[in-house]
Design a protein around this ligand. Structure first.
Ligand code: ADP
Length: 159
């Protein structure tokens, strides 16, 4: 069975992430979307909120599971018996860093490969940072995230 991990911060999940999840789920038998618990970052949404938003948005894809993780991704992959890590490439700027991480991970555990998916053209500009930035000024984020999440994102800035 091919089990893959799609890791990220998902703060918040965007249409770009969802496109990656839908496409990845077609390639593998089981996809674990792994939400990073990173104490160094100060996220907009708690880990529980990010997991629950992803669960809601992927509930119709049977081979997708949402989990959270802390620590080294490659160790987490070993724990979950996953032999594939999926990452999205939006632009050349993503590439250098992602390549370095993928190569490092292969040295640590040669059983795990990294698969890069080129972003769909319509989401190439999109990042969680852009969503937070626009939402913080009360701008229109309906092109970036699914409808049910919009109010939840605005609410964070009203608090
Ligand atoms: P990270 O902090 O690990 O970059 P993100 O939540 O920003 O976490 O992204 C998780 C993954 O999703 C990364 O592989 C990233 O390249 C990919 N990704 C982010 N935005 C998009 C997008 N618009 N289209 C395709 N892939 C994306």
């Amino acid at each position: 069975m091919r089990r893959a991990i799609y890791p990220g911060s998902f703060d918040p999940v965007t249409y770009g992430h969802l496109d990656m999840i839908v496409r990845s789920a077609k390639i593998v038998d089981e996809l674990i979307v792994a939400v990073l618990i990173n104490s160094a970052k100060n996220p907009l949404f708690s880990i529980e909120e990010r997991v629950s938003m992803l669960e809601e948005m992927t509930k119709d894809i049977p081979n997708v599971k949402i989990q959270s993780f802390e620590g080294l991704l490659i160790e987490y992959a070993r724990e979950k018996e996953a032999n594939l890590i999926i990452r999205g490439l939006r632009a050349v700027t993503d590439f250098e860093y992602e390549l370095q991480i993928a190569q490092t991970n292969r040295i640590v555990n040669s059983q795990v490969d990294t698969l890069f998916l080129a972003t769909s053209l319509e989401y190439a500009y999109l990042s969680s940072t852009i969503v937070r930035e626009v939402a913080s000024y009360g701008g229109d984020i309906s092109h970036f995230v699914p409808g049910p999440l919009i109010e939840r994102i605005y609410a964070k800035y009203k608090q």
